[in-house]
Structure formats: structure tokens, C-alpha cells
Design a protein around this ligand. Structure first.
Ligand SMILES: NC(=O)c1ccc[n+]([C@@H]2O[C@H](COP(=O)([O-])OP(=O)(O)OC[C@H]3O[C@@H](n4cnc5c(N)ncnc54)[C@H](O)[C@@H]3O)[C@@H](O)[C@H]2O)c1
Length: 253
């Protein structure tokens, strides 16, 4: 890469939460960032934050579980920002339910967004990474990969992403591409706020209760996860691949 060329990152689910913090952080690291989410208009705040700080960003509307939309989105990023060589598969949804109440749709929706979405995005981006002889893929797993009541679908998807990550590391390493997974514990976002509401607790109370179970005695912030992703996607991390890093305020695995 010439010194004037800027690496291009795609962060999925970047309209809010961990994805937004990651997009802003990667832009601060000097990447041009495609801020991808279901609704292009919802990406505006993240894009504005990046451009206000002097960075380059593009809002992209795309459902990561739709193959046609993914192909079109990645080609648009390549045309408007440059070839994407950093990919953060962060888009996610919850459809929690105990097994006996979990619907087919609850199962399929979670598999489609997390697993199929990560697969489609990685497949669409890998050719740009291979051409560049450089690539960084980070998949968002979760502490729930180790098992969590009410999350048969989500824990299976997040464990599946760990296997997917390791296989990408093995297949793509010879092209200068690394693949790693970041597995957050409890992070304060709209996702955990929705869980608090579902179980009938105020979000503050829910976070305080969670913090008592975490060795560092606090819940995580999106920036805690963005920091780990910035490391894995950095040019200097080329010998770190196929790893799963739990970022959870204590040991989990
Ligand atoms: N918050 C936590 O405690 C926590 C813990 C472990 C793992 N995670 C994982 O981190 C990631 C981000 O979580 P968050 O807490 O920021 O969630 P969030 O709900 O705040 O944000 C998720 C984003 O993904 C987008 N999205 C959902 N489906 C999509 C699709 N099909 N295509 C494109 N975008 C889509 C949403 O619109 C939203 O902007 C998820 O993969 C989540 O599973 C979160």
C-alpha cells in the first residue's frame, strides 16, 4: 500500500451501540469507514461524528442477511470509498426465549443475521482483501457462546461465529488476511436496555445487578469493545489470527 492510500473498513450494524463506537474508533485510526446498517438514514449520526472529526465515512443501507443487498453494498463501498480490506461483522439481533417457547422464526432470524450475515459479508469482501494482499476480519461473538438461559439461538450463532472465524484464519492467512473474534460480556447498549425491559427491570438497576457479577465491578461500554477491535484490525496485528478474545471484565473461557 502506498503511504497516500487509506485503508477502507466496513462496520456492520454501525448506526448505534458497539458498531457506532467501532466505526468512530476505526476512523480515528485513519480508516475510511462504511457505516452499514439496515436503514441508511439511521447511519447519519455515526457518519456525521466521523466527518466532523475530519474523517471519511459513507452511510450504507443493507440487510446483511440478504445476499443481493450485501453484494451491492460491498461494490458500492469499493466504488465510493475504495476496496474494503477491513470488515467488522457486528450487526446483531436478539430473539430470546426458552427453548419450548422459541419459534422457528426466532431461530432463523438470529441465524440469518449473525451467521449468514457474517458469511455473506466476508465472502463479498474477501476478493478485495486477496487483491490487496491484506485483510482484517473481526466477528462479534459473545460471552453467550458459552451458554446462556433463554438464548439457544443466539448462543449457537455466537459459538458458530467462533468456528467461522478460525476457518477464515486458516483459509485466508496466506493472502495476508487475519480473522479474529471479539466476545463481549455485558455492554450497555440499546440491546441490553431491551433485555432489561423484557425482564421488567429498569436499565440502571439491571446494569448494577450485572456489575456485581463482573470481576472489575462495572458493565462494559461500547468503547471497551471498539478498543479490542482496533487492535485486531490494526496493521501491526498481522501475526494474531484465529483468536477469540473475551472482553468481559473478567475471565470467561
Ligand atoms: N451489548 C452487549 O452486551 C453485547 C454482548 C455480546 C455481544 N454483543 C454483540 O455485539 C454486536 C452489537 O451489539 P449492540 O449491543 O451494539 O446491539 P444494538 O442492538 O445496539 O445494535 C445492533 C445494530 O445492528 C443492526 N442490525 C440488526 N440487524 C441487521 C441486519 N440484518 N443488517 C444490518 N444491520 C442490522 C441494528 O439496526 C443495530 O443498529 C451484536 O452482534 C451483538 O450480538 C453485544
Amino acid at each position: 500500500m502506498s503511504t497516500t492510500e487509506q485503508r477502507v473498513a466496513i462496520v456492520t450494524g454501525a448506526a448505534r451501540g458497539i458498531g457506532a463506537a467501532t466505526a468512530v474508533r476505526l476512523a480515528a485510526e485513519g480508516r475510511a469507514v462504511a457505516v452499514l446498517d439496515l436503514d441508511e438514514a439511521a447511519c447519519k449520526d455515526t457518519v456525521d461524528t466521523i466527518t466532523a472529526a475530519g474523517g471519511r465515512a459513507l452511510a450504507v443501507g443493507c440487510d446483511v442477511s440478504d445476499a443481493g443487498q450485501v453484494e451491492a453494498a460491498v461494490e458500492r463501498v469499493a466504488a465510493e470509498l475504495g476496496a474494503p480490506t477491513v470488515l467488522v461483522n457486528n450487526a446483531g439481533v436478539l430473539r430470546d426465549n426458552l427453548l419450548f417457547k422459541m419459534s422457528d422464526t426466532d431461530w432463523d432470524t438470529v441465524m440469518n443475521v449473525h451467521l449468514r450475515g457474517a458469511f455473506l459479508m466476508a465472502r463479498a469482501c474477501q476478493k478485495h482483501m486477496v487483491d490487496a494482499g491484506f485483510g482484517r476480519v473481526v466477528n462479534l461473538s459473545s460471552s453467550s457462546a458459552l451458554g446462556n438461559r433463554g438464548q439457544a439461538n443466539y448462543s449457537a450463532a455466537k459459538a458458530g461465529l467462533q468456528g467461522f472465524t478460525k476457518t477464515l484464519a486458516i483459509e485466508l492467512g496466506k493472502f495476508g488476511i487475519t480473522a479474529n473474534a471479539v466476545a463481549p460480556g455485558f455492554i450497555a447498549t440499546d440491546m441490553t436496555a431491551a433485555t432489561a425491559e423484557r425482564v421488567g427491570m429498569g436499565f440502571e438497576e439491571f446494569q448494577a445487578a450485572a456489575a456485581t457479577q463482573i470481576p472489575v465491578r462495572r458493565v462494559g461500554e461500547p468503547a471497551d469493545i471498539a478498543n479490542a477491535i482496533a487492535f485486531f484490525t490494526g496493521d501491526a496485528a498481522g501475526f494474531v489470527s484465529g483468536q477469540v478474545m473475551y472482553v468481559a471484565g473478567g475471565p470467561l473461557n
